[in-house]
Write a protein that binds this ligand. Sequence first.
Ligand SMILES: CCCCCCCCCCCCCC(=O)SCCNC(=O)CCNC(=O)[C@H](O)C(C)(C)COP(=O)(O)OP(=O)(O)OC[C@H]1O[C@@H](n2cnc3c(N)ncnc32)[C@H](O)[C@@H]1OP(=O)(O)O
Length: 416
Amino acid sequence: MVATVMLEPAGRCCWDEPVRIAVRGLAPGQPVTLRASLRDEKGALFRAHARYCADASGLLDLERTPALGGSFAGLEPMGLFWALEPEKPFWRFLKRDVQTPFAVELEVLDGHEPGTQRLLARAVHERDFLAPGVRREPVRAGRVRATLFLPPGSGPFPGIIDIYDIGGGLLEYRASLLAGHGFATLALAFCNFEDLPKKFDTIDLDYFEEALCYMLQHTQIKGPGIGLLGISLGADICLSMASFLKNVSATVSINGSGFIANKAVRYKENSIPQLGHDLRRVKVTFSGLLDVVDVRNDIVGGCENPCMIPIEKAQGPILFIVGQDDHNWRSEVYAQIASERLQAHGKEKPQIISYPGTGHYIEPPYFPMCPASLHTLLEKPVIWGGEPRAHSKAQVDAWKQILTFFTKHLGPSPKL
Ligand SMILES: CCCCCCCCCCCCCC(=O)SCCNC(=O)CCNC(=O)[C@H](O)C(C)(C)COP(=O)(O)OP(=O)(O)OC[C@H]1O[C@@H](n2cnc3c(N)ncnc32)[C@H](O)[C@@H]1OP(=O)(O)O
């Protein structure tokens, strides 16, 4: 009998959805190796593999059969995706063009010995970043440089602004996936994109207010408030927006700090000074990579430190998503200080969801973890923390929590 790869859903699905992989037509108990590979838009190759044995009927179902070793071990139906590793060192898994899918090649090889394996079956699985009917609209309005993703239908939809980290550019993949869940989502650039400054010294909230106004005046976006989602520096920008600007209904901080790091924040007559850092606290790991986790200056005065964002002024609730092994900075400690500050100012204790074994780049489900990559400021590779299996589980759960939080506080999307 000929071995065949079966995929469910067949052919394609969105990147944040699980796919069921099974192989039919193997010999009873046959040892096989499954291999996954994909190339990103810059041509970088990502690969993962795992060894399995078919069951007594010659079927291998990744939802029922544990991997015996390889890039991962145990019952991990999506392991061939989250365990993908770049061939090029320190290469981050990114989707640059969300209008095309990632094509993942799946191969079934005979046996467990590398090098001598015969190809038994092969399939290509396409993983999309735009769900059917999601519209992508480039936004060049006033100073705002962004892309808006609108769910199918005429709305009005709950709206979210999505902001990434200090690397800048315009990363659209998280916003496009969120639109597939019914949220009109604006992927917002703030530096290193088109005519925006390559580098910046101050975070000027006027720019972000302009983006917020763009969302609020959009006929297909539901008011009276907008949700904010950010990671790293993007999370701190979101917390600053929520603290100073009106009409922010809910904020999610993914590994933000609640402090102004090395770029002062300005809004009209208000400004928050930077905490600063000391490069003498950069550590060199055993592997020779840099670890910047303790580089920031101490927080004198705890939650009343003047470099802290006045999050008690935020109108809407804040959800803190935290990786306990974040090596960019101590996100868990910072979330606790944020909670203390809110309570010290008579606000409710915020929801903090803290994940063990989880590093800095908490991305949408099934994104391979980025253990280390080039730091924009240091221009050298730094470690980001995280253990791939735990990090992957955190990403799946965090995504669900984020969707639930925004649905609760922005309201559900209209039914199609
Ligand atoms: C002084 C420091 C202190 C430390 C901490 C202080 C305290 C904290 C203060 C701070 C708080 C802040 C808190 C925080 O936020 S901390 C988070 C810090 N984050 C970063 O440092 C972001 C790092 N930047 C990136 O990863 C890039 O911007 C990305 C990858 C997003 C692409 O960006 P862009 O689209 O602009 O790239 P390009 O096409 O023009 O290529 C440019 C170069 O980038 C390289 N590249 C491209 N793609 C990848 C990839 N997939 N994987 C790896 N590298 C990649 C490649 O070398 C390429 O050059 P070339 O090979 O083409 O010549």
